[in-house]
Design a protein around this ligand. Structure first.
Ligand SMILES: *Cc1c(COP(=O)(O)O)cnc(C)c1O
Length: 301
């Protein structure tokens, strides 16, 4: 692998048991692999990077929002490999940049701000960018797509005895990581995706083409834990993240892994998992995004 991280930092931690004491939960700590190329983003990116180098591209062009973990990771990965990077950012350039974009610029990423309208029309945007920057590999938002899925399929290689688990739980944005996990899982395992985004009911249809048909019944997407649009629920999530940290000494992020752990807690308490289940939660990183919160809200920040 050309893109380097310290794999020895990855651990599997035990979580404090919830309601049913016969249910055990382990968490794969991908948040610890690299301070910038955090969590699942390294996995999703690594074959894109190989592709860029194989095609002798001079850089990578990708897109995201102001607090995007993906933008952050691409900027860091490109810097590590002496590749140029361009980040297409949704919306107008603000008077002061987010910490994420400040980091990206400091790492050498060129930022281009485009309107939300242009951002939505992905195909014409990519065509335009391919013409303007022919020496850059274009990577879709979040590293989505089959190349990202292939990278995410390697995640379970970092878990000792991965087949002992009955359920694997992970946060879902584009669904790329979930598809990778699903493709690598053995047939007795159920893969639960906790959707972070509101209105992503069609995520299953996005994932299916990335998987062989016999895998389609092996995953479930849960849409009831995104907290989106219900601002009054946000303090509940932050409160949970603080309690989770106090119990397990594990920080989570408010966009993905906080909701994942909240969902895990709810599902355990409601008796969703049969007695004797063995659960694996994927901590997919993303802690840098917590900097969008005002200081003092999270006990671990
Ligand atoms: C990007 C991201 C996800 C979502 O991954 P997808 O492959 O897009 O579903 C989950 N967790 C964290 C921390 C992320 O940064």
């Amino acid at each position: 692998m050309i893109l380097s991280i310290d794999c020895d930092l990855i651990t599997v931690d035990k979580l404090a048991p919830m309601a049913d004491q016969t249910i055990e939960t382990d968490m794969l700590r991908l948040d610890k692999i690299h301070p910038q190329i955090s969590g699942n983003k390294w996995f999703k990116l690594k074959y894109y990077v190989d592709l860029a180098l194989a095609q002798k591209k001079s850089g990578i062009l990708t897109l995201g929002g102001a607090w995007s973990n993906h933008i952050h990771a691409v900027a860091a990965a490109a810097a590590q490999l002496n590749l140029h990077s361009i980040g297409i950012i949704r919306g107008e350039r603000p008077a002061s940049l987010s910490n994420t974009l400040l980091d990206a610029e400091a790492l050498g990423m060129q930022l281009l701000f485009i309107s939300r309208e242009q951002y939505r029309h992905r195909e014409s945007l990519f065509n335009e960018m391919a013409e303007r920057f022919p020496d850059h590999l274009i990577v879709d938002e979040g590293g989505a797509g089959p190349v990202g899925v292939r990278g995410a399929a390697d995640i379970l290689n970092y878990v000792p005895h991965p087949h002992q688990y009955t359920h694997i739980l992970a946060a879902v944005g584009t669904g790329t990581m979930l598809a990778g996990l699903c493709s690598a899982a053995s047939s007795h395992q159920l893969i639960l995706g906790i959707s972070s985004l509101k209105g992503e009911d069609r995520i299953s249809d996005t994932i299916k083409p990335w998987l062989p048909e016999e895998k389609w019944s092996q995953f479930r997407i849960m849409n009831q834990f995104h907290f989106g649009g219900y601002a009054r629920h946000q303090p509940e999530l932050i409160g949970f993240m603080n309690r989770f940290y106090e119990q397990n000494n594990i920080p989570t992020d408010m966009v993905y892994t906080g909701k994942l752990c909240y969902a895990w807690n709810q599902l355990c308490e409601s008796g969703y998992f049969p007695s004797g289940s063995k659960l694996l939660l994927i901590h997919s990183g993303g802690l840098q995004g917590n900097r969008s919160l005002s200081k003092g809200k999270l006990v671990f920040q």
